[in-house]
Design a protein around this ligand. Sequence first.
Ligand code: ADP
Length: 317
Amino acid sequence: MSSVQSVIQTQNLSKNYGNFQALKSLNLDVPANSIVGFLGPNGAGKSTTIKLLLGLTKPTAGSGTIFGMDIVKENQDIRRRVGYLAQNPNFYEHMTARQIMDFTARFFFRGPDNLIRERIDETLRLVGLDDKADRPVRGFSGGERQRLGIAQAQVNYPDLLILDEPAAALDPQGRRDVLEVMDKLRKHSTIFFSTHILDDVQRVSDRVIILNHGELIAQGSVEELLSASLGLNYRMVLKGDASRTQKHLQSFAWVQDVMIGHQNGKTAMTIVVKDEELAERSLLREVLSDENLIVLEFSRNKQNLEEVFLSLVEGES
Ligand code: ADP
């Protein structure tokens, strides 16, 4: 297959449950070989997005691709290359970790028994459960269960791992262990995981996507988005498609990053700049050079993204 740089892309992906809009016009772009934290408070629409990506539910509007394949029409082909850990995975409690892995591996593998056994050993080692392989899952801690779930999700060498809140319900030790396993897996797969905990994102992610009330707030690299020195940034609220202007602005040396989100049908653009004087002189002029864009608001951004995260997550989790 030709190299596809984006693993996940969505265009105006939307989902309604009755009259309720759980996901509003989501435009995602997840590059290959990254760990992406999909951050948002409970009810933001993270699980809904994951279900749409996996073809477990159908979009109300919009579309998406994984490895360039359509999430609705080519769902079966996508699933062959994706590993998935559901929120709160269930196991047969009387079975041992090895028996559970054997069950999963045989479902996916067609090779000889010794290869299956090798793969199971390798996988249990990878998630740090080799010493507990022959104990019933009944006695496993929350963190051990999640690691077993991750082991199952990646037994078939998936190119993309989708993990729904893998660390959220765990104590600090369990969370640390799960995040460590994710970190180890980064060299094998692109990992897309949802969380409502900012700290999880900071610990392991390369990139972050923030969702709130079904809307994209921001996506970009963690350093850029979380940097305390994000400091100098401007915010615009626009009407119209800003993607061309985003690219245009990114070509200037005085621009560090341009992030786009959507709010109530409008586009919110955050422009992080390196040179205030040049930004003051040129920024608005450059944006207005696209005649299709209407600027509704223009301000220096007072909040950095860490503060935005915290105000989103506080009181809702
Ligand atoms: P998150 O994973 O970020 O916690 P969800 O995607 O689970 O958020 O939910 C987003 C919103 O959609 C919530 O308000 C939730 O109550 C609602 N929702 C999710 N699934 C359904 C469903 N099957 N029917 C009706 N509403 C739903």
